[in-house]
Design a protein around this ligand. Structure first.
Ligand code: SF4
Length: 362
């Protein structure tokens, strides 16, 4: 493991603050724009690559700043090209980032799934990321770095990052300011249209309403996973304190204020939330919200008692939803061959290394 430096990280400085730091180095304001172009458009992470900057300035910047602050611990490529990165941050905390390729209608879609927290407090019963609770929020720089690392990897393959989803480790709206700033920065600097950015939430009504006022135009995805309040409370501990009707009302309001449809994420757990009556209730909610339903098949987690439904059962659920009038589709499983579930790779690393703060105890 490379020893982390204590140099300030460039990605933690927004445009204004970078210009101020450059002014301290007696540099003109346009240098900030030059550097940002290298970092965000060319995905450079080494000052030596910035050939239109004076050599002396490059050396000063190299001594004074890091561009990326994480360390790549592991990179796994699964069948179909899904790529998972395990990143270790300066304090030893680790998170996962996933690149999901899809080609539809002659268009190459390359999506990055970003983490917003180290661990997660929501504690969904079926999720590896929630085991061990939350360690800390990620910073804006750490979230943006995940997107830049994936974009840089795609550059090398002659491809481009096209979509961004905030659906990795953590509850994005529980790290609200960082999520909003990261959406803005990724949209503006990496040139990803806000309509190609999706923010997921387990359903925090106050933050959903606040997000509607941000003029982000991002898609909101509600991780519903259970169509009744009772089942939801069993699967998602935070649902004990957050009334499902309140969550759905906030989603309706989000749609009313932004004109952006909310999508419903629903992870099928064999024998738990995939009964015909669940499909009927889910269809009722989807029609009420005018929401599209994304069905996913569960990727099993070693320590947890949930199972993936058969393909036939999942298709049967999808057909029942559609027959009830819901707009829905079943997402192709793009799991990796191992450690496919969110948080699983990190769990495996933790079990094979000396526990650090990232073990979830902090
Ligand atoms: S599914 Fe999402 S919200 Fe639930 S514990 Fe996992 S990371 Fe947290």
């Amino acid at each position: 493991m490379a020893s982390p430096t204590d140099k300030p990280c460039l990605l933690e400085l927004d445009g204004g603050r970078l210009a101020a730091r450059l002014e301290e180095l007696a540099q003109p304001a346009f240098r900030a724009r030059q550097i940002e172009r290298w970092v965000y458009e060319c995905h450079a992470h080494d000052f030596r690559a910035m050939t239109d900057l004076p050599r002396t300035l490059r050396e000063k910047l190299d001594l004074g700043f890091d561009i990326w602050q994480g360390e790549l611990v592991e990179r796994r490529v699964g069948t179909g090209g899904t790529t998972k990165l395990l990143l270790r941050w300066r304090d030893g905390a680790t998170t996962e980032t996933v690149m999901i390729p899809a080609d539809a209608g002659g268009r190459a879609r390359r999506t990055v799934c970003l983490s917003t927290q180290v661990g997660c407090d929501v504690g969904c019963r079926f999720c590896a990321s929630g085991i061990g609770g939350m360690v800390r929020n990620l910073t804006v720089g750490e979230v943006v770095e995940q997107a830049l690392r994936v974009a840089a990897g795609l550059d090398a393959a002659g491809e481009r990052l096209s979509h961004v989803v905030f659906m990795g480790m953590g509850e994005p709206l529980a790290n609200y300011r960082v999520t909003v700033e990261a959406v803005r920065r990724i949209s503006r600097r990496l040139g990803i249209g806000r309509r190609r950015i999706t923010v997921s939430t387990v359903g925090l009504p106050k933050q959903i309403l606040a997000l509607a006022e941000e003029e982000l135009q991002a898609t909101l995805a509600l991780s519903l996973h259970a169509p009744t309040a009772e089942l939801r409370r069993r699967l998602i501990p935070w649902a004990e304190a957050i009334d499902l009707d309140g969550v759905l009302a906030a989603c309706r309001e989000y749609f009313r204020r932004t004109g952006r449809e909310v999508t419903l994420e629903y992870c099928l757990l064999a024998g738990v939330n995939d009964h015909p009556e669940h499909a009927d209730e889910l269809a009722r909610i989807a029609k009420q919200l005018r929401a599209h339903v994304n069905l996913m098949m569960y990727n099993p987690v070693l320590e947890l008692p949930f199972e993936r439904p058969s393909r036939g059962a999942a298709v049967g659920f999808l057909e029942r939803l559609r027959a009830a009038g819901a707009n829905a589709h079943l997402r192709h499983s793009r799991g990796l061959d191992a450690d496919a579930a969110c948080g699983q790779l990190r769990r495996r690393l933790q079990s094979t290394t000396t526990p650090s703060r990232s073990s979830g105890s902090g």
